[in-house]
Design a protein around this ligand. Sequence first.
Ligand code: SF4
Length: 245
Amino acid sequence: MGTLPLKVHSFESLGTHEGPGIRLVVFLQGCHLRCLYCHNPDTWHLEGGTFVMPEEILTMLEKERPYFSSGGGLTVSGGEPLIQRHALYDLFSMARKAGFNTALDTNGAILDDATRNLLTETDLVLLDLKDVREEHHKKLTGVSNYVPLAFADYLEKIGKRYWVRHVLVPGYTLQPEHLHLLGRRLAGRKALERLEILPYHTYGVYKYKELGIPYQLSGLQPPGPEQVAEAKQILQQYIPDVRIR
Ligand code: SF4
């Protein structure tokens, strides 16, 4: 059977923010969550994007290979890459066979046999945990946090290297009681290499206007440096490596 095409939103060559080293970042189309702060609402619907074969992405990777010497490689982000997990398995297994490191940037909201299969070809997972409180998570994303939390537990169970990423949203997740809960939930984990905290920002708000989607956090200001530093301090009580991104 041949390989499956992927529905791609965009590419970023020589990216430095999505995993270790310098990386080719592929943003896939489609996401089933509706995070209030999402800065990529243009990735939500599967109708958009362009079909790209894994072989074409391999060719792009080969061109960037000289830049990957310091631990870089391929990162697939979104949207939510797990929506296309079957096709992504083809890409990741081909990339690894060719000697490229693979990273999956995911919200962890789909955990089935196909996801578990994909993880066998994934070197590093960048797992976005939105809120460890069920009701707050639903309010923020539209879905339960049951599967993303189970996803984190599964990574730990199989010893898969992962980073957790967490967006600090004032009035939502950026609350001491929530940060303590998040810290406690992640404390003592061996496969968790680091926690990245990402201050809420408003860079993608213009896209909502363009798409005619109401932006529900209108007027919310990004957190100040002191609030972010305070959040880092709380989380460091539980996790040794916490970084602000
Ligand atoms: S999971 Fe990511 S792409 Fe999907 S809505 Fe949330 S922030 Fe946006």
